[in-house]
Design a binder for this molecule. Sequence first.
Ligand code: PAF
Length: 254
Amino acid sequence: MMHVCNTLDEWRQRRRALSGKSIGFVPTMGALHEGHASLVKRCRAENEVVIVSIFVNPTQFNDPDDLDKYPRTIENDLTILRHLGTDEVIVPSAAELYPNGYLFKMEAPGLTNIMEGAHRPGFFEGVMTVVLKLLNLASPDRAYFGEKDYQQMKIITAMVADLFIPTEIIACPTVRESSGLAMSSRNMRLSPAGRQQAAEIRRALSSPNAREILEAAGFAVDYVEEHWDRRLAAVFVEGIRLIDNVPLAGENKG
Ligand code: PAF
């Protein structure tokens, strides 16, 4: 039976009872979709215990409006997690996760001064800080991150290695709608026409002229860059910021 913890005291008790078992962890901000489901399924297949956290982390939002509008669908999320065979769900409060406010903060300027970090000041500091806290609380053998947020996955992998955190970071492929649109909680905010337009992002990214193609298709482009043998981009559709990336190897594959 799935167990949901809303307080850290209760969670610490639950965690003690799990020692000796292999533990997988999927941190999320809720508003779960097929992309998250693929992480939880892989976690289920590779570990005796599956832990998922749901926490909309305020420190990674530089725009208060974006934080307010972030979809919150907790009852639906719990139903999805139950169906996926999740054992433990941690739903902490901001007051408990940040007992001293935002007093301690992780920084890695050499990794965060490009792409998402350059366009969203403070974003990766917030992500690294909360992931470090969650990894300390969950103490998992493995933690699962999606490749849609490629830069995030690379930074977390580097952080965990640098701080000798005994958790293996597992990168999982991006899950796409049949149109090619990468699954994202933000897609819920798009109109049907916006969704259709957003499906062009993936196609444009498979071309070396991605920026020109995206601009010609009417997107406001934050960046298109190439790193780690991938082409990565952030664009706006109906005022909603979407990111995606594809491998460069064998251009046009993605
Ligand atoms: O990718 C996300 O959903 C978030 O950045 C994460 C890793 C759960 C941290 O809040």
